[in-house]
Design a protein around this ligand. Sequence first.
Ligand code: SAH
Length: 493
Amino acid sequence: MGKVILIGAGPGDAQLLTVKGLAALQKADVIVYDRLVEPAMLQERKASCKLIYVGKEPSHHPIPQEEIEQILVRESKVNELVVRLKAGDPYVFGRGGEEGETLYQAGIPFEVIPGITSAIGGLAYAGIPVTHRDFASSFHVITGHLKKGRDPLDWEALARLEGTLVFLMGMTNLPNICANLLAGGRKPETAVGIVQWASRGKQLTVTGDLVTIEQKVAESGISSPALIVVGDVVTLRPQLNFFEEMPLFHTKILLPRARAGKSMLAENIRDLGGEVTMYPNIQVLDIKPTTTAEQLARKSELLFTSKEAVERFFSYVTEINLDIRSLKNTHLTAIGKQTNEAFKEKGIIPDTFIKRRSNELVLEHLPRIQKNESSLIIGSVIDTAEVKAMLPEITSIQMMPLYDMRPVTERPFDLQCFDQICFASSRAVHNLLEVLTSEEKALLQQKTILSIGKFTSATLKTFGFHDFYEAESATPESLIKLIKKTKLEGVPQ
Ligand code: SAH
């Protein structure tokens, strides 16, 4: 029997998951998740992890709470680690307590990893501090989901409170909330803020007071899921609105990718307030090599194409009990800066370092490789084949693929919603365009497409794309500059 961990996913932005939450997510065998959980977070799961969606779309019947609890019980009987991923904090109107009770009764071990509740963190992203010495010395988080005729709230008491009031699930009841607070004696000019999709790229905020907010909400079209915040802390927004002021706020960027793992570019875009979707999701599958220790020791050159290749190679070396000193006369070549760094971390300085520019091999440097008959290229299936193809004259050069990276197509996939599609490598062009239907390609043609450099542009052209903008120099910094410029000016020169 396994265990269940209730994890708080935070208000929205995938980066707001806790370090402990992320570690558990990466180990999970099953993830049971809700509608408000940011899908990007799920990309952290391991390849074999099963996903169970138990969210409800506003117009559909929800999965009854008892059924969700039964899913947790059932899955924990056949899996080691079941993660129940909930928006915000699992114990703030998340029915996490009920799930814990059921698990306790079923004798299933469970843990909780708290999350940042939208009631506090979500407001912060709209420039609203939940307390402030000048405006509020307490705060109250209240459910706005009130049953007709059975209003459990003591509105007079709530209206008398000096602190900030935060209502969750309250949008359909907004008129009642305002009317009740006014009737209870709260000043009409008390500031009110509504924050929809807090901390996401699509965050929307509307402000007013207890009298005007209803009208403003109607005019703006803002709706659920949203936070309603009542209190003069809302007036601090102009000074504290760090998120909505970011240069790429409200910019949705599709970043087709070449490899699995962290993307610095995605991080840079997010740091500037942009919303990034990486696509396709890439699964890494390990390949068990058959090369023996003796065969490895006889090679006169080993060429590594990635950091992952170096790491996997060292694990393999340990596994086959090869003393690394037996490779002391072997020429080691690292392709790419990260590959070189990975060697340095192991206390080894490669004999040759070949730069990768924007994920492309710089061809001119290849002749520096010792072109002898007993070279071995170590990397992913694609990388090793690519390097071999660049050295056609050495027919006997061998490959040792240690892993495969397979794009996983997750449909439905809404291309329409993106403002920009940024290709940071030639392989990324292949990874996206090879999985798109002809209608999707036609749709993509109408979007703003950016290319990191000339190799990527050339690949785009082979797929029939000619209308795009190219970064000045083929570096992530230069691509970021282009993204910002395109956002500001529409069409860059
Ligand atoms: N456990 C969650 C709350 C779940 S109740 C938490 O701690 O945040 C669901 C309600 O939370 C929604 O109806 C909405 O009012 C609020 N909510 C959650 N995430 C939100 C977000 N990113 N933006 C605005 N409201 C959000």
